[in-house]
Design a protein around this ligand. Structure first.
Ligand code: PLP
Length: 386
């Protein structure tokens, strides 16, 4: 059956939104930076939240609002992954989950491996948890980005205590394959380190996309790992505050239940209600339509760049709505997004914030209408030609 791509809301409607994407810059700027998307809510989410508003259902979140079972169903349907609902604890958001898990499993001053270019708050959250970020950059052979397993092993052998993984990876949109994840788990196991796998972008992986949940990468992964995920990226629910921390072994599950009680109390009720609706089979149709739209937009970006900015280096992401583009050839300095914002009134994410490998790069959010993406690239092309 052909899936009709999801349509984004019109710009005049989006400009009435009050979220970060729409209120950071004036109205003449096309915002393609922060990881929010421009689509209407999935109908099951809209109804669930509208019902809650109707009856003033705005209190505290119960210990088990139903999101665990909803996620277990989603993981089975979409990834063929069996999750034990008793080994899930919720909290407000993914980065809070990461901070709390690091606090629970490492000591102040411990080094935590990250693999830049990577989501900028990784540095900040490790520091917030009392740790020190140790960079082991992704290996880039010009075709794919891969984990530097020997670099990670060297860091762990030298005393680093944890790895904060991004799977799928932000900003490249790349997937780590099962073999790499299993090897990472073996290495961590050998050195008694833990792995926290940030899987917030995973719900954007279609069932046949080849996404492997870290905890499904074998027994060592179960021993060393946690996953932290949310419906918030795929379904655009970041403001509602609900994320899931998942374990797959008794020992790691004990870490979860040992977290301070307040960690789970911070789960937002609207986030949980929306997440339950998002992860239910009733939202699969909306999600599939979104994935078709995103795949088309990833391809469209490649076509637009080839036509209008041929010196840009772009590899289509495997999944998701974030694209990593090297614009160094245009001579706009280490932070092309700054010049582009000033000259084109287009907001891309600043490459250097993702680490030193981000010099000359921008991250482009393609979770928008094709017309918006086209307008953004054309504006930048006009600047390049000036
Ligand atoms: C990889 C990654 N992790 C975490 C987050 C933030 O998630 P949360 O708002 O749930 O902390 C984002 C947001 O874009 C992200 O891309």
């Amino acid at each position: 059956m052909t899936v009709v791509p999801l349509e984004a809301l019109p710009l005049e409607t989006l400009r009435r939104r009050s979220s970060s994407k729409w209120r950071t810059y004036p109205d003449d700027v096309l915002p393609l930076f922060v990881a929010e998307t421009d689509f209407p809510l999935a109908e099951p989410i809209r109804t669930r939240l509208a019902d809650a508003v109707e009856i003033g259902d705005t209190g505290y979140t119960p210990a088990d609002p139903g999101i665990r079972d909803a996620y277990v169903g989603f993981a089975a349907r979409r990834f063929g992954w069996t999750v034990d609902p008793r080994r899930i604890v919720t909290t407000a958001d993914v980065m809070m989950g990461v901070v709390e898990l690091l606090r629970a499993t490492t000591s102040p001053g411990d080094r935590v491996v990250i693999t830049p270019p990577v989501y900028p708050p990784f540095w900040i959250c490790i520091e917030e948890a009392g740790g020190v970020a140790e960079e082991v950059p992704l290996l880039d052979d010009g075709q794919t980005w891969r984990l530097d397993l020997s670099g990670i092993e060297a860091a762990l052998a030298d005393g680093a205590r944890a790895v904060l993984l991004c799977n799928p990876h932000n900003p490249t949109g790349s997937l780590h394959d099962r073999e790499a994840l299993a090897a990472l788990a073996e290495i961590a196991d050998r050195y008694g380190a833990i792995v926290i796998s940030d899987e917030i972008h995973a719900p954007l992986a279609a069932p046949d996309a080849g996404f492997t949940p870290f905890l499904a990468a074998g027994p060592a992964a179960e021993r060393v790992g946690f996953a932290v995920t949310s419906a918030s990226k795929a379904f655009n629910l970041a403001g509602l505050k609900c994320a899931l921390m998942i374990a797959a072994s008794a020992e790691r599950a004990a870490d979860l239940t040992g977290l301070p009680r307040e960690v789970a109390w911070r789960t937002g009720l609207f986030g949980a209600l929306a997440g339950i609706a998002a992860f239910s089979p009733e939202s699969d149709g909306w999600l599939d339509a979104l994935l078709v739209r995103l795949e088309q937009n990833r391809r469209l970006l490649g076509e637009l760049l080839a036509e209008h900015l041929p010196r840009a280096v772009y590899r289509a992401p495997d999944v998701g709505f974030l694209a990593w583009v090297d614009l160094s050839a245009y001579g706009w300095g280490t932070d092309p997004a700054a010049a582009i914002l000033r000259e084109c009134r287009v907001a891309f994410h600043h490459g250097p914030e993702f680490g030193t490998a981000g010099a000359g790069h921008v991250r482009i959010n393609v979770g928008c209408a094709p017309e918006v993406l086209t307008d953004a690239v054309r504006r930048v092309a006009a600047f390049a030609a000036s």
